[in-house]
Design a protein. Structure first.
Length: 142
């Protein structure tokens, strides 16, 4: 199973999986299990409404808000933490960059160009100075 990039929506909706994006093996397993159990919509989308159509953005919001109430403490619910599903994307990209995953790899996973990735997320990279200095020092000493 190929995994789609952010820009692959038209490919998925047309029933093609021509674009690739590296995904964590656990996510691939979850998606494969979901497809095995529920199948796909006639047009190839993985998630569809009860009638097989496009899931309305309001449905995502309603489910997300209900999930936040179940998963978070009252203080977290009142905070901006993961207020929207899209916030998880920002959190993931920031985590990957701060974990030292290379910008080209993160960009590919996020469906961005490296230019867009660094323009949007460079301000989120923190605490890498010591690691960078060590790598530079090691390279100069080699």
């Amino acid at each position: 199973m190929e995994t789609p990039t952010k820009n692959a929506a038209s490919s998925i909706e047309a029933g093609r999986m021509s674009d690739r994006c590296p995904s964590h093996p656990e996510l691939v397993t979850i998606l494969r299990d979901h497809i095995a159990e529920f199948g796909t919509a006639k047009d190839g989308r993985i998630f569809s409404s009860e009638r097989g159509g496009v899931v309305a953005s309001t449905a995502y919001t309603e489910v997300w808000q209900a999930a936040r109430l179940l998963a978070f403490t009252p203080a977290q619910v009142a905070s901006p933490v993961a207020k929207r599903p899209y916030d998880l994307r920002h959190a993931a990209v920031s985590l990957w960059l701060n974990a030292g995953v290379s910008a080209p790899d993160v960009a590919e996973r996020a469906g961005h160009s490296v230019d867009v990735l660094l323009r949007v997320y460079a301000k989120c990279i923190d605490g890498q100075q010591e690691i960078a200095n060590k790598r530079i020092g090691d390279a100069l000493a080699a």
